[in-house]
Ligand binder design. Structure first.
Ligand SMILES: O=P(O)(O)O[C@@H]1C[C@H](O)[C@@H](CO)O1
Ligand SMILES: Nc1nc2[nH]cnc2c(=O)[nH]1
Length: 360
């Protein structure tokens, strides 16, 4: 039996065995890991933070491997089991928070109640984020009444991780039991009708990294995840997009909500003017550096996918302009829009869950 170690509200413990998080009494964590959950206690059950060391209680089978170009089904299964052994809730909805939504305080993950979070460095074989503004923890909890698991911080190709590794957490979600993915990102707006602070529901993408021969599904294919050649033309689920538009109406934010095409580039450099003009000519409405590898991986393993962009800056198309995009404005706009996005996601999650339960 493995020992499970959790902390609550600044308290650490070795208590608890095999399965469900235990809470602790006492002071100080002494483990170098933030266990204050943004300094907030948002429910009767204080947030719990896993403080174990990733490989201590982890015994992958001999078939497991994380080699240069893929991660075996067995390894993903072991990672999923590692998490399932340590939380009691069984989420069907997975959320990936993009720039601005995943900050250190006031972020979506902080809104979860009865939460248990796992700093990425405590999860076996998980990558760890390297980008300012991207936290690194996987949080299980309730958004409203709905059980969810939430990635607070994601992995980008420009950080040096191969795409399959950037998207590996999505497969972990799948084997935890997730059926629906909601991903958010920050993006530059190309469409003339978009303003900074607007929301773009993604209806389709252009995978420029894929055009260049780089796809998260490259390498050996395991049919237990999905087929070698998956269709991706209906990647962004139409019924969920309709629900999102309904949510926008209910919130009175139709005027700032659009539906459009997202294109992923590798980054970390932003686009040149010629590149932006090319993307605009191709029909791209917003450009960013994430999400596509996650959605492809999700669709491959049968997860219903939804994604939206927060337009954090207008793409520069004019050679006479002195404007330059920068990461700070991306983070700032994310923070400004945080309350609206939180409400948007909370309402959407509620609708998805109601729909999921009624169509059982
Ligand atoms: O994780 P997302 O796609 O929200 O982050 C975007 C892309 C870069 O990481 C960063 C650029 O500022 O924002
Ligand atoms: N590639 C890209 N990513 C972004 N993320 C936020 N804004 C931008 C942008 O203008 N370009």
């Amino acid at each position: 039996m493995s020992t499970v170690r959790f902390a609550t509200n600044g308290n650490a413990t070795n208590g608890g065995t095999n399965g469900v998080a235990k809470e602790a009494k006492g002071n100080g964590n002494g483990n170098g890991i933030d266990i204050t959950n943004g300094g907030k206690l948002n429910n009767a059950n204080p947030p719990k933070v896993y403080i174990g060391s990733p490989h201590k209680d982890f015994n992958p089978s001999s078939n497991d491997s994380l080699d240069g170009n893929h991660c075996t089904y067995e390894l993903v299964q072991s990672v999923a089991q590692f998490l399932l052994d340590r939380v009691s809730i069984r989420p069907k909805i997975g959320i990936i928070c993009g720039s601005g939504m995943d900050g250190t305080t006031g972020c979506l993950a902080d809104a979860l109640t009865n939460s248990t979070s796992f700093p990425y460095e405590t999860i076996p074989y998980f990558p760890t984020p390297t980008v300012p503004g991207h936290m690194g923890r996987l949080v299980f909890g309730y958004l409203g009444d709905v059980p969810v698991m939430c990635m607070q911080g994601r992995f980008h190709y420009y950080e040096g991780y191969p795409l399959w590794k950037c998207a590996m957490p999505v497969r972990v979600m799948k084997l935890v039991g997730v059926t629906h993915l909601l991903a958010s990102n920050a993006a530059g707006g190309l469409n003339d009708n978009y303003n900074v602070g607007d929301i773009m529901i993604i209806k389709d993408h252009i995978n420029l990294l894929g055009f260049a021969g780089n796809n998260p599904l490259m390498g050996p294919n395991d049919e237990r995840f999905g087929p070698r050649f998956p269709a991706i033309n209906r990647a962004y689920d139409a019924p969920v997009r309709r629900m999102a538009k309904q949510v926008a109406s209910e919130m009175g934010i139709n005027d700032i909500t659009h539906e459009g095409v997202y294109s992923v580039v590798g980054g970390p450099s932003f686009e040149t003017i010629a590149e932006i003009r090319m993307l605009a000519a191709l029909g791209v409405d917003a450009v960013g550096m994430s999400t596509v590898h996650e959605v492809i991986t999700a669709r491959h393993c049968g997860i219903t996918s939804f994604a939206f962009s927060l337009i954090t800056n207008k793409s520069v198309t004019d050679y006479e302009s002195y404007e330059e995009p920068n990461h700070e404005e991306v983070i700032d706009m994310g923070k400004q829009r945080e309350p609206v996005l939180k409400e948007f996601i909370t309402r959407l999650v509620k609708k998805i869950e109601a729909d999921r339960l009624s169509s059982k």
